[in-house]
Design a protein around this ligand. Structure first.
Ligand code: GLC
Length: 728
């Protein structure tokens, strides 16, 4: 029997809350706990004993499951929903979730790559399209955006986030939440978002996935919380706890993180879900001695839903009967899930997300492809162009050789977490260059992506390169080395790829080196020997077209690094947000440094070249002192002094010269993307108030202090003009 409570129009929160209460009252304790149990779809090959422990249809019929992860076939979702609505005791509809991070059938650059575009509206549109495509086949909840801040390129999951800077990552978190959720979750093309992984996962010790973290409460507030707070303020429907610990307590069992911060300080109302099986893993952490105690600790800390752990469904009812968990708390958690279902309109129409018979490629619309192409080319970062080899002129090269393993497997161009992206839909590098140039475009992989040497492949590659007028050398880390559980101690390119580059370079032909990677990598030999290097990330379905647009100048690259590129793994973790310390770099005799390497990275946060050049005039302030309620106007005139129309991300950083705690040397507080014709110039104005200068002071109060500040406006965090002003 389906509990029919119509809610056609976007209903108010209070109305939904009352409706959720009316359903909750009907449920037994077991059924309430069922809402807190997330199962996954039938894996093609059961990979762990848990899948074998139950029959999905029986669990649904018994009201023992509230949401699903990764039920892929639309027919299967419809069948499961039918059982839930018509065959379970109170007909509560199911929510179907999936990790939809950077596209669904149309894939966009991996999120870190997208962040390099600094195109916040464009990033929102990517999430919007992802939701439209995922919702069309019955997914109502995405486990995204991932908003973890990280300074550590050894951690492969940096590809899922927006890099190292809290300000940029906060804007992007908000854009992705708005893109996924739209303005009304009850619409059939908007889906619940899930900000993850709360909190501090990006700070894993030694860059090793799933490891412990060693961060302070202040670090959490300064760097880790801001993107989550932004997602919360943007109305994110759910949050996911992290695999990691904070202050010795695993995040999914941290009352401080999940209840004190999220519920009591921020007022977050949505469901909090554990990460996959992580509740059971509390036993491994050694904070509980049994899985049952893990259920108690995780639930009482504030984790509402158990993702595929079977821990809540096995033990919560007993824990209530033993008085170790309050039924009132179960009610609160179950109600959060019911509210999410009301917001999605599932009680009104549980089948609204199912459009049977939709052609699989409905979603690869020209508009979706065009956006994929635009956001991918905007994400590419020009690292070097010393001989102005770029942009290429289509008539200059009769034969172009694409050399390198990337194009051997289109999945290398999509990256992991690419949902239903199909390699067959990807426009590869050869195809893209051929269509753009009209030249003969040859291909040889030269080595395989796994980095094993193969003399035959090398020979073939050099022979192929020998026939070409230009070589496009495509190197990188491949999809297998990017994403979850892909930490690397060495963040260099595989040695076979360096050898390939060296052999190609010896041929004395013009070479464009293009990197396809999901993390910042260290490539010292390329930096020293290759005059032309473009960072293309893992660019998605329109990879080849986007790359061709950039290489042939149809799009002048405008990407800026959202994460510092180190010279060497030994510099990691590395960030522009460093403090000056008591012995600042290059000041005096003893200062913070390495004996064997400069402190500077290979490429700084915010770095990215253009085919044109931009000249920054000095910063002009409309006043050199402001009060707490004043607005300072900082202006800088920028001129396009080159020969191409160009886009520039003008970055505004602030530096708090004296505060009650030591502060970063500079911190991003604003930016503007401008476009200038050759010879054109524009005055870029920034407004700065005391609100922009707040920090968590020694008493952990978020406010600005009076005193001297430096403003830095530039083309990257390392290059620009600065000026001092006073807040009084
Ligand atoms: C994974 C990831 C998480 C993802 C979840 C479901 O382990 O940590 O980001 O959402 O499992 O796939």
């Amino acid at each position: 029997m389906m509990v029919l409570v119509g809610c056609n129009a976007p209903v108010q929160e209070k109305d939904i809350s009352q409706k959720a209460d009316s359903v909750l009252r009907l449920l037994s304790l077991e059924e309430k706990i069922g809402q807190l149990n997330q199962l996954r779809g039938r894996p093609t090959t059961p990979t762990n004993t848990k899948d074998a422990r139950y029959v999905i249809e029986d669990e649904i019929r018994a009201g023992r499951v509230g949401t699903f992860l990764n039920v892929h076939p639309l027919e299967e979702k419809m069948a499961f929903q039918k059982i839930a609505v018509e065959g379970s005791p109170h007909g509560i509809p199911l929510i179907f979730a999936m990790d939809i991070l950077h596209g669904f059938r149309t894939t966009f650059p991996v999120p870190l790559g997208e962040a390099a575009s600094w195109d916040v509206p464009g990033i929102e549109r990517s999430a919007r399209i992802s939701a439209i495509e995922g919702a069309a086949v019955g997914f109502m909840w995405t486990m995204a955006p991932m908003v973890d801040i990280s300074f550590d390129a050894r951690w492969g999951r940096v590809m899922e986030g927006a890099g190292e800077d809290p300000y940029l990552a906060s804007l992007i978190a908000k854009a992705r939440v708005k893109g996924f959720q739209g303005d009304d979750l009850a619409l059939p093309n908007t889906i619940l978002a899930c900000a993850k992984h709360f909190a501090g996962y990006g700070q894993v010790l030694a860059g090793r996935d799933y490891n412990q973290t060693v961060i302070s409460q202040r670090f959490l507030h300064d760097y880790v919380f801001p993107p989550f707070k932004a997602a919360h303020e943007a109305g994110v429907g759910t949050l996911m706890s992290a695999f990691t610990d904070y202050d010795g307590i695993p995040a999914n069992a941290s009352h401080y993180l999940l209840t004190e911060v999220l519920r009591e300080q921020w007022g977050f109302q949505g469901p909090i879900i554990s990460d996959f099986n992580s509740l059971e893993e509390l036993v491994n952490w050694g904070v509980v001695s049994s899985v049952k105690d893990a259920a108690r600790m995780g639930f009482n800390a504030g984790t509402d839903i158990d993702m595929m752990g079977l821990v809540y469904i096995d033990h919560l009812a007993d824990l209530v009967r033993e008085g170790k968990v309050k039924e009132a708390t179960i009610d609160t958690a179950a109600k959060r899930v019911l509210i999410a279902k009301f917001k999605l309109g599932l009680f009104d129409d549980p089948y609204r997300y199912f459009t049977p018979g939709l052609d699989e490629d409905t979603w690869l619309t020209p508009a979706h492809r065009q956006h994929a192409r635009e956001i991918a080319r905007a994400s590419m970062v020009l690292l070097k162009n010393e001989e102005d080899l770029l942009p290429l002129s289509t008539g200059d090269y009769g034969t172009i050789a694409v050399i390198g393993p990337t194009d051997a497997d289109a999945i290398n161009l999509m990256g992991t977490w690419s949902a239903w992206g199909k390699p067959g839909n990807v426009v590869g590098i050869v195809k893209g260059l051929r269509e753009a140039s009209g030249a003969q475009v040859l291909f040889a992989e030269g080595c395989n992506q796994q980095g094993t040497a193969d003399p035959a492949l090398m020979r073939k590659a050099l022979e192929t390169a020998g026939k070409a007028d230009l070589v496009v050398l495509t190197l990188g880390e491949g999809w297998r080395n990017s994403g979850e559980n892909t930490s690397l101690a060495k963040i260099t390119l595989p040695q076979v790829q360096i050898e390939l580059a060296q052999q190609v370079q010896k041929m004395g032909k013009p070479v464009v080196c293009v990197l396809f990677n999901g993390r910042p990598m260290a490539f010292p030999w390329l930096n020293e020997n290759m005059p032309t290097i473009l960072e293309a990330w893992l660019p998605g379905t329109e990879a080849g077209n986007a790359l061709a647009d950039v290489l042939f100048g149809k799009y002048n690259p405008s990407g800026k690094l959202p994460m510092t590129f180190p010279r060497h793994a030994g510099q990691v973790p590395i960030t522009y947000l460093e403090k000056r310390t008591g012995r600042p770099y290059k000041q005096g005799k003893n200062y913070t440094k390495y004996l064997d390497m400069p402190n500077e990275p290979a490429y700084a946060f915010g770095y990215g070249l253009s085919y044109t050049t931009f000249e920054y005039a000095g910063i002009r302030l409309d006043q050199d002192k402001i009060g707490f309620t004043d607005t300072l106007k900082a202006s800088v005139t920028i001129k396009n002094t080159g020969d191409y129309l160009g886009r520039e991300v003008v970055q505004l950083y602030a530096s708090d010269l004296v505060a009650s705690v030591s502060r970063p040397m500079k911190q991003l507080i604003g930016f503007k993307r401008i476009e200038l014709q050759p010879g054109g110039e524009e005055e870029v104005d920034f407004k700065v108030t005391s609100q922009d200068l707040r920090y968590w002071n020694k008493d952990m109060i978020y406010q600005a202090d009076p005193g001297e500040f430096k403003l830095f406006i530039g083309t990257s965090s390392a290059e620009g003009k600065e000026v001092v002003f006073t807040l009084e």
